[in-house]
Design a protein around this ligand. Structure first.
Ligand SMILES: Nc1ncnc2c1ncn2[C@@H]1O[C@H](COP(=O)(O)OP(=O)(O)OP(=O)(O)O)[C@@H](O)[C@H]1O
Length: 330
C-alpha cells in the first residue's frame, strides 16, 4: 500500500480529532473558499467522515462575496469540484457586503459568518469547519499585540464558537499547501492575501517572515501557543469577573467599595461587563473608557462623569458608580 504523505496525514488527523465528539449521522459543513487551507480541510473532512460510512455526512458551503472580478466563477468552480468529489449538500451562498459596518475586510467577514450560520441552520448542520491554520493564529496574535489588544485579542481565534470549529489551528500553512499538492488539488490564490493594502497581508508577507528570519521558525508555533495559553487564563478570569460583578451590584449601579477590593484584572473586567450591560457597544468600548471608570473607583477626587460610547454617562454618587443622564450631570 502506498504511504500517505505526512502533510496529508497531519491534516486528516487534526480533522479527525476536531470531529471526534460528533454523533454518528451528524451533518458537517466545510466552509471552503477554494484556497489551500480550506481545500485541504475539505479533502480531509471528506476522507475522515467517509471512513464512517453511512454515519458520516459532509457538505460544503462556499460564499460569493461579490467583491472581486470572477468571484462568481470561483464559487461555481469550488461547488462543481465539491459535487464531483461527493460532498452533499453543496451550497453557494451569495452575500451583499455593501452597507455592513467596518472596513471592506470586516464587512466581508460579517457577511460570510452570517451566511455560513444561515446555511448551517437551514441544512441542520452540527458543525461548520473553518480552515484557519497555526500561521493564521500567529498572525492574529501579532496583529493583536501591535494594536495593544488585551488578553481577549491575544487569545486569538477560538477552536470552537457556536457551530464553528477550527480543527487546523495546530497545522501549518505549509502542510495544507503540501497536502493539496500531494492530493493533486489546485488551490485558488486569493489576491487579498498578498495585497499590501491589508495589514494581515503585510504581517503574512513581511512582519512574520522577518521575525522568523531573526528569531527562528519556532516563532510561528510559539505565537499560536501563546494564544492558547492566554485564552485559558482569560476564560478563568472572565468567570471570576462574572461572579465578582454579581457581588458588586448595588441598588443604583455598582458598589465602589466592593470594586476597590478586587484585583485590577478582575475590576477592569467587571467594569467592562457593566459598561456593555449599560449598552456600550463592544467594538467601541476602549481601554481608555474602562480606565476612566476605574479611576472613579481607585482615584476618586470628585471628578466629573465618564462618557462611554453610545451616549452613556457614568458618575460616582457617594459610594456607588451609577448611570446618569445628561440633564442630571452637574
Ligand atoms: N468565500 C468563502 N467561502 C467559504 N468559506 C470561506 C470563504 N472565505 C473564507 N472562508 C473560510 O474562512 C477560513 C479563513 O479564511 P481566510 O480567507 O481568512 O484565510 P485563508 O488562510 O486565506 O484560508 P483559505 O486558504 O482557505 O482561503 C477559510 O479557511 C474558510 O474555511
Amino acid at each position: 500500500m502506498a504511504r500517505i504523505p505526512a502533510p496529508v496525514a497531519a491534516v486528516r488527523s487534526a480533522v479527525s480529532r476536531g470531529l471526534a465528539d460528533l454523533p454518528a449521522g451528524a451533518l458537517v459543513l466545510v466552509a471552503c473558499s477554494g484556497g489551500a487551507d480550506s481545500l485541504a480541510l475539505a479533502a480531509a473532512a471528506h476522507f475522515v467522515l467517509g471512513r464512517r460510512g453511512a454515519a458520516g455526512r459532509v457538505g460544503l458551503v462556499t460564499v460569493d462575496h461579490g467583491l472581486q472580478e470572477g468571484s462568481e466563477r470561483r464559487a461555481r468552480s469550488v461547488a462543481a469540484w465539491a459535487r464531483d468529489a461527493g460532498f452533499d449538500p453543496v451550497r453557494v451562498s451569495a452575500v451583499t457586503v455593501a452597507g455592513l459596518p467596518g472596513g471592506p475586510e470586516a464587512a466581508a467577514r460579517t457577511a460570510r459568518y452570517q451566511a455560513l450560520e444561515a446555511a448551517a441552520s437551514d441544512l441542520g448542520a452540527a458543525a461548520v469547519l473553518l480552515g484557519h491554520t497555526r500561521d493564521d493564529q500567529a498572525e492574529t496574535v501579532l496583529l493583536a499585540l501591535a494594536r495593544g489588544a488585551g488578553p481577549r485579542g491575544l487569545s486569538g481565534m477560538p477552536r470552537r464558537r457556536g457551530v464553528f470549529r477550527r480543527p487546523l489551528l495546530d497545522v501549518s500553512r505549509g502542510d495544507t499547501r503540501k497536502a493539496c499538492a500531494a492530493l493533486g488539488l489546485a488551490p485558488w490564490e486569493d489576491p487579498h492575501n498578498t495585497d499590501p493594502a491589508y495589514a494581515r497581508a503585510r504581517v503574512r508577507g513581511a512582519a512574520l517572515p522577518a521575525l522568523v528570519a531573526e528569531l527562528g521558525p519556532a516563532v510561528v508555533g510559539n505565537l499560536a501557543r501563546t494564544a492558547a495559553l492566554v485564552a485559558a487564563d482569560n476564560a478563568a478570569l472572565d468567570e471570576l469577573a462574572a461572579e465578582a460583578h454579581e457581588r458588586a451590584r448595588s441598588a443604583g449601579g455598582l458598589s465602589a467599595a466592593a470594586l476597590a477590593g478586587l484585583p485590577a484584572a478582575i475590576r477592569g473586567r467587571v467594569l467592562h461587563r457593566w459598561a456593555r450591560e449599560l449598552g456600550a457597544p463592544g467594538g467601541a468600548l476602549a481601554y481608555r473608557h474602562v480606565s476612566a471608570l476605574d479611576a472613579l473607583v481607585t482615584d476618586w477626587h470628585g471628578q466629573g462623569p465618564v462618557f462611554l460610547p453610545a451616549g452613556i454617562a457614568v458618575a460616582r454618587r457617594g459610594s456607588d458608580l451609577v448611570r446618569v443622564v445628561a440633564a442630571h450631570i452637574k
